[in-house]
Design a protein around this ligand. Structure first.
Ligand SMILES: Cc1cc2nc3c(=O)[nH]c(=O)nc-3n(C[C@H](O)[C@H](O)[C@H](O)COP(=O)(O)OP(=O)(O)OC[C@H]3O[C@@H](n4cnc5c(N)ncnc54)[C@H](O)[C@@H]3O)c2cc1C
Ligand SMILES: *[C@@H]1O[C@H](CO)[C@@H](O)[C@H](O)[C@H]1NC(C)=O
Ligand SMILES: *[C@@H]1O[C@H](CO)[C@@H](O)[C@H](O)[C@H]1NC(C)=O
Length: 585
């Protein structure tokens, strides 16, 4: 996502940025706490790691509590239940984009898992790890590796907590085993739920694979209670061999389903305007294979604030001057830089000398060095850190059944034929990441073997400002989600993606039944979770300019930006789509 090199920037400027980067890459500011309160941890606001929700509203809570043990957690939930207070579970970084963490009303309570962050037990023989729910993926990977164990599949960003990533069904990429979603490797968990007076207002439920309810709790959107501990099944630590292969994308539609079965950790990064697809040939190799590579994904590294500001300013100017050519130049140089630097893979932890890169699972499965950093040195940051002028984007992420993925890709390719430059904007954010996911037993998990498309694109600081090729991006979003029935990632996306989404889950009814039993007072419910669970209207917000922010699908011109030349029109390939098109007179 972070861009490395800018066309149009003088060589000298670029060199000084490089020197700056070299000198300061180790000094970085850790992300801000998403919860901010007055002195006594009361009168709080909460946001996400990007500092803004899809509808740009601010969320309030009366109080934030920080349990350090399950016992404390139980008494906090009990006290809240006794007083019928609304509760939301929050995490150290709050990486989800939608408003999952907002409690309703004036008296809402946030329970943070920030200090529920211990690894409790590693059983090398049973190959399991038991952690508190606020443990990060990074901690889990490191601790497991020390015991010679590994989580086989995981998200690529290690800043997520185990409780949080399960909450939204987060995943990596594979079609093997139980698939790429972490929640499908849960052997047991402990959840603290609100209860009636007969149970002292809170109770701990222990669920293992034999319990049907685990299928609800393992992807819960945080609406069932607070998960306190999780036991995951691991495998003996193994090695992988990774090679990125760049091809033209003319046969991508034909390749997409079979490629996922050819390599255990396959994924594809697609650059549609460049007609290029980068295939990740990534498989297990014998542990004796030499190699001690490292994956330190460049867009997740600490990035100098100065470079971030320059990149953002350039992007703002390209947008405001409709400079599609400029965007395409930037996109190509960004892609080339990432490709020649192997996206941040090195053969030995220091330099990249060529493929394959071979290493232990724990060294290549995820990364996120922009999180580890010195305090109060505002020199580098994660590229999306809202305290510095940097990346500001929308993310559209949905998974489409493998059987129709080819059709979706071909629809996108038709749009590329019509508007060859329309995709340069997303290529500035490293294109479309395509990852494999398997059908899950989780009621709110994947319904079928599918491929997840992850698309990041420019968002203006001004909600009323349209983006370049607004219409094409909206058409892709609606094509994936409505024409091909894509399931939106619960932790990403703009409001419109969730419209009717719950009806795509055959077990949604079972989930709601468990919800009734686990949280009869509906303390863990909020307006947003009621809306996405189909219990309340209003997932989309209709107002002037709403389609620009993905709060609605336009049905009238005023939902776009008619004064700036953007009107509500049908899609070009998917005629049922309604998108904001720039009409040139
Ligand atoms: C840079 C970046 C990279 C990402 N990469 C990936 C990726 O590779 N794959 C992927 O699938 N996703 C990815 N995501 C999305 C991410 O996985 C989800 O948004 C995830 O849910 C965030 O986890 P979190 O710990 O920040 O939890 P939060 O966003 O704080 O919480 C998520 C939900 O879980 C609930 N919750 C949290 N803890 C508990 C608990 N202990 N008990 C009950 N409920 C709880 C919360 O209430 C909330 O509803 C990425 C996000 C970012 C910012
Ligand atoms: C108040 O919040 C801070 C985090 O901002 C936390 O470290 C501290 O433990 C909290 N105090 C109480 C009493 O919960
Ligand atoms: C793409 O590559 C294939 C071979 O993999 C080749 O047959 C085809 O001509 C190429 N298409 C373009 C447009 O270069």
């Amino acid at each position: 996502m972070a861009l490395l090199c800018l066309k149009g920037m003088s060589k000298k400027t670029f060199r000084s940025i490089l020197i700056f980067l070299f000198l300061h890459a180790v000094l970085s500011t850790p992300p801000e706490d998403p919860i901010k309160c007055s002195s006594k941890n009361t009168s709080c606001t909460i946001t996400n790691s990007y500092g803004v929700f899809p509808d740009r509203s601010t969320c309030h809570a009366a109080q934030a509590l920080y349990p350090t043990t399950e016992e404390e957690l139980v008494s906090m939930v009990a006290s809240a239940a006794r007083n019928s207070r609304k509760i939301k579970v929050a995490t150290r970084f709050s990486h989800s984009i939608p408003k999952l963490v907002c409690p309703d009303g004036q008296n809402g309570l946030l329970i943070s898992t920030k200090y529920l962050n211990r690894v409790l037990k590693i059983d090398a023989e049973a190959r399991t790890i038991t952690v508190e729910s606020g443990v990060t993926l990074k901690q889990l990977i490191n601790e497991a590796a020390k015991a010679g164990l590994a989580l086989p599949y995981a998200p690529y960003w290690w800043g997520l907590t185990i409780g949080g990533l399960m909450g939204t069904g987060a995943h990596g990429s594979t079609l093997l085993g139980k698939g790429s979603a972490v929640h499908d490797y849960v052997a047991e968990l402990r959840i603290v739920t609100a209860a009636g007076p007969e149970d002292g207002y809170a109770k701990v439920q222990i669920l293992n694979e034999a319990h049907e309810d685990l299928n609800a709790v393992k992807v819960s959107l945080g609406v069932l209670g607070v998960i306190s501990q999780i036991t995951l099944k691991l495998e003996p630590l193994f090695k992988r061999s990774i090679t990125y292969v760049t091809k033209n994308d003319s046969d991508l539609g034909d390749e997409v389903a079979s490629f996922g079965r050819k390599h255990e950790f396959a994924d594809i990064t697609w650059y549609p305007s460049q007609r290029k697809a980068v295939y990740r040939n990534d498989d297990r190799v014998p542990i004796s294979t030499p190699g001690n590579g490292l994956y330190d994904f460049i867009p997740f590294r600490p990035t100098p604030s100065l470079a971030l500001a320059l990149i953002r300013s350039t992007e703002d100017i390209q947008e405001s001057t409709n400079d599609a050519n400029g965007k395409c130049l930037t996109a190509r140089s960004t892609t080339n830089t990432l490709l020649t630097s192997a996206y941040g893979l090195t053969n030995n932890g220091i330099i990249f000398t060529g493929y394959p890169v071979i290493s232990f699972q724990n060294r290549v499965q995820a990364s996120g060095t922009c999180l580890d950093s010195l305090k109060d040195a505002e020199i580098t940051a994660c590229p999306w850190d809202s305290r510095v002028k940097g990346e500001f984007f929308h993310q559209t992420t949905f998974s489409i059944g493998l059987s129709v993925a080819k059709n979706f890709i071909q629809d996108v390719q038709q749009l590329v034929e019509l508007e060859p430059k329309a995709f340069c904007g997303i290529e500035q954010y490293n294109g479309i990441l395509m990852r494999y996911v398997k059908a899950s037993s989780a009621y709110l998990g994947n319904e079928e073997d599918a491929i997840d498309f992850d698309i990041t694109f420019y968002r203006s600081k001004d909600p009323m400002t349209p983006r370049l090729y607004e219409d094409i991006l909206e058409e892709i979003e609606q094509t994936g989600i409505f024409k091909y029935g894509g399931l939106p990632h619960w932790g990403k996306n703009r409001n419109l993606a969730f419209d009717g989404a719950i009806n795509k889950y055959k077990n949604a009814g079972k989930f709601l039944k468990v919800k009734q039993v686990y949280d009869p007072q509906r303390l863990f419910s909020s307006e947003w979770t009621d809306q996405i669970l189909g219990l309340k209207e209003g997932v989309t917000i209709v107002k002037d300019g709403c389609a620009l922010e993905g709060l609605c699908i336009c049905s009238e011109d005023r939902h776009c930006a008619p004064n700036k030349g953007y009107f509500c029109r049908p899609g070009r390939v998917y005629k049922e789509a309604r998108v904001c098109s720039r009409l040139r007179s």
